[in-house]
Design a protein around this ligand. Structure first.
Ligand SMILES: C[S@@+](CC[C@H](N)C(=O)[O-])C[C@H]1O[C@@H](n2cnc3c(N)ncnc32)[C@H](O)[C@@H]1O
Length: 210
């Protein structure tokens, strides 16, 4: 299957897809993209803007998976004593509406449970994730790790790497975030990524445009 994996991050969702698929990954951060490429040497990794790529190239793929940034939607926005109040990032809903109306292959958009009632009802709620998709997704138990939210020391960060099966030297910081665990917390667990890929292949590949 030809898969477009956008906002690819370290490739948590991609980790267990195996070598049988032709995957193009789009990731804006070069350091994060380098880890993804090392983990998945046969994938085509493009450092650039996923939103433009989806617009231009979506029809070259059988499945499009998008994991746009979740920081401005997640419940941490309201759980901290610091003032982080901000407008939400509209790319999540831009992608869902765009793919619903302008893409006939299978697609899935992933994000975290938001602090507000989602503007578009998700197809599936699984663990800490919401998934919007044009195929049915049966929820499974999402693997969890102690201290998921707080893990930040070198030792704890290594445990997160082991939990995901993604290894790299030292720390990578996500944007302006000072916690080395954040880039790992951004990942979809590989078991969930594999489950969703399998769900996407349960029926035929192409749908009618709505
Ligand atoms: C939630 S993480 C992705 C997690 C990934 N699905 C996984 O399972 O490992 C979102 C990623 O999108 C990247 N990103 C943010 N905006 C982007 C854009 N416009 N184009 C490409 N990548 C972007 C961030 O650098 C970050 O690594």
């Amino acid at each position: 299957m030809k898969i477009l994996n956008t906002h690819a991050g370290l490739g948590g969702n991609r980790k267990k897809w195996g070598p049988g698929h032709e995957v193009t990954a789009i990731e804006m951060d070069p350091k994060i993209a380098a880890v993804y490429q090392k983990e998945n040497p046969n994938d085509k990794v493009i450092i650039g803007d996923a939103m433009e790529y989806v617009k231009k190239h979506r029809n070259e793929y059988d499945l499009v998976w998008c994991s746009p940034p979740c920081q401005k939607h997640g419940r941490m926005m309201k759980a901290t004593r610091h003032d982080v109040a901000d407008y939400f990032d509209p790319t999540l809903y831009q992608l869902i509406i765009f793919l619903t109306h302008f893409y006939k292959g299978k697609w899935v958009v992933e994000n975290v449970k938001p602090y507000y009632t989602p503007l578009i009802k998700p197809t599936c709620v699984m663990g800490r994730h919401y998934f919007w998709a044009n195929f049915e997704i049966q929820p499974i138990n999402v693997p969890n790790i102690k201290g998921f939210i707080t893990n930040s020391t070198a030792n704890e960060t290594q445990k997160m790497k082991d939990w995901l099966g993604i290894q790299y030297e030292g720390n990578i910081y996500y944007g302006k975030n000072h916690c080395p665990g954040q880039v790992l917390r951004n990942c979809v667990h590989p078991d969930v990524g594999l489950h969703i890929l399998n769900e996407s292949m349960r029926e035929g590949l192409f749908n009618k445009l709505t």
